[in-house]
Design a protein around this ligand. Structure first.
Ligand code: HEC
Ligand code: HEC
Ligand code: HEC
Length: 154
């Protein structure tokens, strides 16, 4: 009786341990499309960006990191300008799809961000005007911040 109980327990524990391994075998590694072109480099070395890209762009770190002063270098628009370009078919991947530079990895790592509810997921030059302007963006941000639901508030 005890033996059988133990065996079942081991089996269950074993399955539990295997689950992440089996689970991740189903999830292919994300394909990351990087900007091409001679001499095109990220704003920081690749390893630094992999690990710390969020620190450069998150709103709530502004005070401590930049004292509210933004540089174009760390602007989200700048990241998007360089990283998001039309594919071979001339279409630009939307943030909803894993072909978008910011989405593939996040989907893989189960990270969710809401930045693109307000920010454009494609370079300005590909946006047809008449959509959100900065004034309505500002308003959305104020509403969101005062409700304390801004992403990354941890
Ligand atoms: C509720 C709307 C809203 C959300 C959500 C939001 N932002 Fe913003 N963000 C703004 C507004 C408004 C500005 C100031 C206007 C501007 O500069 O475009 C701004 C400015 C910025 C800037 C400086 C300007 C620029 O283009 O880089 C960065 C960086 C930024 N946001 C990053 C983020 C990131 C990262 C997220 C997600 C974690 C995020 N934002 C989510 C509204 C939002
Ligand atoms: C002028 C073009 C350019 C700009 C602007 C730029 N990047 Fe990059 N980024 C690159 C290139 C090219 C790479 C590939 C590594 C390299 O050569 O530096 C890269 C790599 C990365 C990686 C690592 C991807 C991987 O394969 O692991 C991340 C994350 C990243 N960038 C995020 C950002 C963010 C966030 C911003 C805005 C703060 C930004 N980048 C601005 C060109 C750019
Ligand atoms: C190389 C893979 C990769 C790419 C490309 C990438 N991210 Fe991330 N990102 C991650 C991982 C992994 C995390 C979670 C890191 C952690 O929790 O320590 C993360 C976290 C974040 C966070 C913080 C989320 C939170 O709530 O704490 C933000 C904001 C973010 N990424 C924005 C972006 C934006 C914007 C882009 C595109 C310009 C981008 N990332 C591209 C892998 C990536």
């Amino acid at each position: 009786m005890t033996n059988r109980f133990l065996r079942i327990t081991f089996l269950l524990v074993g399955l539990g341990l295997l689950y992440p391994v089996l689970g991740s075998a189903d999830t292919p590694k994300p394909v990351i499309h990087e900007p091409e072109g001679e001499g095109v480099k990220c704003v920081h070395p690749e390893e630094e960006m992999k690990r710390n890209h969020m620190n450069y762009i998150l709103h709530q770190r502004d005070d401590t990191m930049y004292d509210g002063i933004r540089t174009e270098k760390h602007s989200l628009a700048n990241c998007i300008d360089c990283h998001v370009q039309p594919g071979k078919d001339g279409k630009i991947a939307s943030i909803e799809t894993e072909e978008h530079f910011c989405k593939g990895c996040h989907e893989y790592a189960a990270v969710t961000i809401d930045c693109f509810e307000c920010h454009a997921d494609r370079p300005q030059k590909f946006i047809n005007r008449g959509g959100k302007n900065n004034a309505s963006l500002q308003q959305d941000l104020q509403t969101m911040l005062s409700a304390g639901t801004a992403s990354g508030d941890q």
